[in-house]
Design a binder for this molecule. Structure first.
Ligand code: ZN
Length: 661
């Protein structure tokens, strides 16, 4: 429910970034640009906080192999093989096969496996099978892969494991998804298994399947838990070791208890303990240092049950948090004035805590590609009873902004200078506000009618949930309340964000999709759903126009106020669908608006993008933290540096944090 991906790579004008001589750009390959981010004010923390962060970052990096294995059964073996061939290569480095192998290595490191992190399609190696076989032949014996034949077919045969997560309506989503969350079971068997476990009268249900692999043992469907002594035991044991060290440097007793509960959960796999931990975590708003570490988001499970392992360590940016505190302290006003049916609104909004944070490390499913906003926990009943924590990662959005400056996007795609100037002036602040509203109010708004299964929308749940949160943000971005609260200084500022949203949803996000393919990823589906729906419903009043100029298509928004009204209407409908668990209506919305692509417009967008050479995807290398020790070897402080490049970093991680097999 919670990760908000970067919405596009538009140029956002914040002049203070352009004068900055920090080197943001690290690497560029395939469809990816790797950046680095700063950790401002790390030096203003206390040594104790810095040591706490150090052990939490170690706990974060230690989980890396878990995600690789979750993403695919052969991922770790293939990573080993390609890394060994690459690092042991002594031939001509200009050789085209070698260069293609290097690109493939960078791609799989970026995706934490052999499938694209966003499109879910398997990477096509640009080197020949013969080349790889030759290089394997000269590897030392202990580096030669077991199951060579299988591994070669997984790498090279396009028919083998073509898609990490398949969401195509009408197919067996488990049998056709390549990830490693299920084995030997069909979708029908898994659904029957969970239906038997779920008790719809339970007001505080655990998040079934969150930390398990589902398999068949002796003909019976059963779960294998991720825990110390279970699946991924070696990695989880080391995570627990680092958490135990971190605990000694906790800022206060509450934070110490939070870490303790997480350790207990990792040791037992007990999902009730995970809920206890989540409640303690959401209620700890006093600590400056904070972190996520666990099986969290379930986008990569076609049934939305199992969490992908991730970790983000961060600390609060006190100055910028003023913005989110204003929003969250007015949460009830926003809920009461939302355009949804009063039956679906929350009478009392509980504890929405929102802050702007500085990310200190990104790991697992949040590395190298990372969300820019997070809202957790995901369990609906905990959110209702205890509230949720919402964060905006501003040092990450700042790095995106700095790197995108002057990349030619506006000149190519924005209809006129007036709109482009408005975007230059207001997109950075309105995009950050969009993220704040999406995370801190949008996901937390509304309620389910009694007895409605939170998973009723099944495979379309993620898309519709993102749509709900985006629509809430879009609707309120244009509200005079934001000017009244002092968050915006111009009642027209929202138009910058509206224009970019529609441009992205109807056109520019198509640059991420290969010709002939559908829209698959939940956030992208959500953006197309919203944009295509308001375009169609606004046709009678000519709210949004597609204008042709010199053979190029431009978005023209003729009536921003009516557009806001349409966002409100769709918000009301999506909230109704969620509150009533109306699967059929949700599926129709998604299938009608979110999936199919106009091939002509798609081709045009790809051609125009190609002329700009902007990478569709971005991700980050982490800073390097180094402990300072006294003469007895005790850690007394921690320093941060930013010199490490992309490939050296991932290769180091593979060695230093190798925990599985
Ligand atoms: Zn979201």
């Amino acid at each position: 429910m919670a990760a908000l991906a970067i919405t596009s790579c538009t140029s956002k004008g914040v002049t203070e970034n352009s004068a900055d001589d920090f080197d943001y750009t690290v690497d560029r390959f395939a469809d990816v640009e790797v950046l680095r981010y700063k950790v401002p004010d790390f030096e203003k923390l206390t040594p104790q906080q810095r040591i706490l962060i150090y052990y939490l970052t170690e706990a974060a990096l230690t989980g890396r192999d878990i995600l690789w294995d979750q993403n695919g059964k052969y991922n770790l073996a293939i990573r080993d093989l390609i890394e060994n061939v690459y690092t042991g290569y002594d031939g001509d480095r200009e050789n085209t096969d070698f260069k293609a192998l290097e690109t493939y290595l960078k791609q799989i490191e970026f995706a934490n496996g052999i499938h694209h992190h966003y499109s879910m399609d398997k990477f096509k190696p640009g080197f020949s099978k013969e080349f790889l076989m030759e290089r394997i032949a000269v590897l030392p014996e202990d580096q030669k892969p077991e199951e060579l034949e299988t591994i070669m077919s997984v790498i090279f045969d396009p028919a083998v494991k073509p898609k990490k997560v398949n969401q195509a309506e009408g197919q067996d989503l488990i049998l056709t998804s390549a990830n490693n969350l299920y084995e030997g079971v069909t979708q029908a068997e898994v659904e029957a298994y969970y239906n038997a476990l779920k008790d719809t009268t339970d007001a505080t249900p655990v998040s079934w399947g969150l930390n398990t692999r589902v398999v068949k043992e002796n003909g019976k469907v059963t779960e294998q838990q991720y825990k110390v002594g279970g699946v991924y035991s070696d990695a989880i044991t080391k995570i627990v070791d680092n958490l135990t060290k971190a605990q000694q440097y906790a800022e206060n007793d509450n934070q110490k208890a939070v870490i303790g509960k997480l350790i207990d959960y990792y040791k037992t796999g007990d999902l009730k303990l995970f809920d206890d931990y989540s409640i303690a975590w959401v209620e700890d708003t006093a600590s400056q240092v904070d972190f996520i570490n666990g099986f969290i988001e379930s986008y990569d499970d076609p049934l939305g049950m199992t969490g992908a392992w991730e970790s983000i360590v961060n600390f609060k940016n006190n100055e910028a948090s003023h913005r989110t505190e204003v929003i969250s302290s007015n949460a009830q006003w926003f809920e009461d004035h939302s355009p949804v049916d009063s039956r679906f609104r929350k009478e009392k909004v509980k504890g929405v805590s929102a802050k702007v944070i500085t990310a200190a490390i990104l790991a697992g499913d949040a590395y190298p590609a990372t969300p820019i906003g997070i809202n957790l926990p995901n369990a609906n009943w905990i959110r209702a009873a205890h509230g949720s924590k919402s964060v905006t990662l501003e040092n990450i959005t700042q790095a995106y902004d700095a790197a995108a400056h002057g990349n030619g996007f506006n000149e190519e795609f924005v209809i006129d200078k007036e709109t482009s100037d408005l975007m230059d002036k207001y997109l950075f602040i309105t995009d950050n506000l969009h993220t704040d509203l999406h995370e801190c109010l949008g996901h937390g708004s509304g309620r389910l009618l009694p007895g409605i299964d939170p998973d009723a929308l099944k495979a379309h749940g993620s898309t519709l949930e993102e749509a709900r949160a985006d629509l809430f943000a879009l609707y309120y971005l244009a509200d005079p309340k934001l000017v009244e609260l002092g968050l915006l200084d111009n009642p027209d500022a929202y138009k910058a964000s509206y224009y970019k949203y529609i441009l992205n949803g109807l056109m520019t996000q198509l640059m991420r999709i290969e010709p002939g393919k559908d829209v698959e990823e939940a956030h992208m589906r959500n953006r197309q759903l919203i944009s295509a729906w308001v375009y169609e419903k606004g046709k009678a009043d000519n709210v949004i126009e597609l204008v042709k100029r010199d053979g190029k298509t431009y978005i023209k928004i003729n009536d921003y106020e009516k557009l806001r009204g349409l966002f409100g209407e769709l918000l009301a409908e999506v909230q109704r669908i969620k509150s009533e668990g109306d699967y059929a209506a949700g599926r129709d919305l998604v299938e009608t608006y979110a999936v199919k692509v106009d091939p002509q417009l798609h081709k045009e967008v790809l051609d125009r993008y190609a002329s700009l050479d902007i990478a569709p995807y971005k991700g980050f290398v982490n800073p390097v933290y180094t402990p300072v020790t006294d003469k007895d070897g005790n850690i007394t402080d921690v320093t941060v540096t930013y010199e490490e490049d992309y490939l050296p970093q991932v290769l180091r991680y593979s060695k230093q944090y190798r925990t599985l097999k």
